[in-house]
Design a protein around this ligand. Structure first.
Ligand SMILES: Nc1ncnc2c1ncn2[C@@H]1O[C@H](COP(=O)(O)OP(=O)(O)OP(=O)(O)O)[C@@H](O)[C@H]1O
Ligand SMILES: [Mg+2]
Length: 368
């Protein structure tokens, strides 16, 4: 999949922009605050209808405007036009100029894998951040996943409020609790299986990528889940056992909403032992693995965005990461400095940004 043309209207600091991209590599460069991240953010919003930055959506619209529009022509066997309009009245999306009524029918059509500096939270933060990241990855591969996850969360809420009722009323009827628990297990098992399958596939690649970047082998992801290795009946017994405690705490203590994952480098948890650079490289190795897993499942590569990849990494690691880029993955890299980049034998386009405008574009064709 690739994006050929992007048009912006009142998006962030871009009043108007129309730009065509290189099918292989696009190097977006410019000073701090010029609009590099804004440009890749536009591609991300076009794909997923929301930003990767934790922002109020109003900030996506140019300060002085009331609405913004992003339009992109994407190519995957054939060309398709995607459009998203944002205003204070909400979002509207279109495919080939036809309105799409449900946002859920629109997202996941443009698969994107993104790295940006906040992604370090994937290792540093709480389990919920790790679950969210993995949820986004899996939802690109499996359409029902997010629906089942929402259903699970709905039942979980109902179960927790019933536990609270039981605690307050001293209500000992467990029949309704059992109905809720069975539903929770039904949706939860689906989520568990998808997470396990996905992380197993990631584990087939991640060590190799980490080694290519750092020269050190032995990275793997450990999936931690209360459902691990159990069938539905055994999971049911777990809920049974924790029932008294759950009523006491008025909260469900077992289930995929408690899942976590650990990045283990030769059995040491990178969250506790890893340096900033090691954590960053581990996440980059995860992203490259994700791309490969996507291709194995779907037969084509997603679009790759690497925002501000190079800060805090030494020159050797940067070079090793650049060497991982491939001609059949359309890649966007933002950087403040292009002069010191030694690109592998890839053709690319250099795009110079200043104050929300493209001031210079140049294509560089290379033989293999
Ligand atoms: N809604 C908006 N309207 C106008 N300008 C905006 C809006 N949102 C952000 N900006 C401007 O966009 C600029 C930031 O752009 P961006 O984050 O893309 O910078 P960058 O080139 O990635 O910089 P860095 O190298 O520091 O990462 C800032 O100058 C900011 O004021
Ligand atoms: Mg930036």
């Amino acid at each position: 999949m690739r994006i050929d043309v992007l048009k912006l209207y009142n998006f962030r600091n871009y009043t108007r922009l129309s730009i065509s991209f290189h099918p292989n590599l696009n190097l977006i460069y410019g000073k701090n605050g010029s609009g590099k991240t804004n440009l890749v953010e536009a591609i991300y919003v076009l794909a997923l209808t929301r930003s990767f930055r934790l922002v109020n959506e109003k900030t996506l619209i140019l300060d002085t405007a009331l609405m913004c529009k992003i339009e992109g022509t994407l190519y995957n066997n054939h060309a398709t036009t995607y459009e998203i309009l944002l205003s204070k009245d909400g979002k509207k999306v279109q495919i080939n100029h036809d309105k799409v009524a449900k946002i859920s029918d629109y997202i996941s059509k443009i698969p994107i894998v993104l790295f940006h500096p906040d992604d370090l939270r994937f290792i540093k933060d709480t389990p919920s951040t790790r679950r969210k990241t993995v949820n986004i990855s899996i939802s690109l591969l499996d359409i029902p996943y997010l629906r089942y996850l929402n259903l699970y969360n709905k039942i979980l809420k109902q179960r927790n409020s019933y536990l609270k009722q039981m605690a307050i009323n001293g209500n000992s009827s467990t029949e309704y609790l059992k109905i809720l628990t069975d539903k929770l297990i039904m949706y939860g098992s689906y989520i568990y299986k998808k997470r396990e399958e996905f992380l197993e596939k990631i584990n087939q690649h991640i060590s190799t990528f980490y080694e290519k970047i750092t020269g050190i082998s032995g990275l793997k992801i450990l999936y931690v889940s209360s459902y691990k290795g159990l069938n539905d009946e055994e999971i049911g017994e777990l809920y049974q056992k924790s029932q008294a405690k759950d009523v006491d705490y008025r909260k469900t203590s077992i289930g995929i909403h408690m899942d976590d994952l650990k990045f283990l480098l030769n059995n040491r948890d990178l969250k506790e032992y890893g340096s900033e650079g090691q954590q960053k490289n581990a996440i980059i190795a995860y992203k490259f693995s994700e791309i490969e897993v996507f291709r194995e499942c779907k037969g084509f590569y997603p679009i790759l965005i690497l925002d501000d990849l190079f800060s805090e990494l030494d020159g050797e690691k940067i070079q090793n990461i650049l060497n991982l880029l491939k001609t059949d993955i359309q890649t966007f890299i933002t950087t403040t400095d292009v002069d010191n980049l030694n690109l592998p034998y890839l053709s690319y386009k250099q795009i110079h940004i200043q104050n929300g405008k493209v001031v210079e574009e140049s294509e560089h064709e290379r033989g293999k």
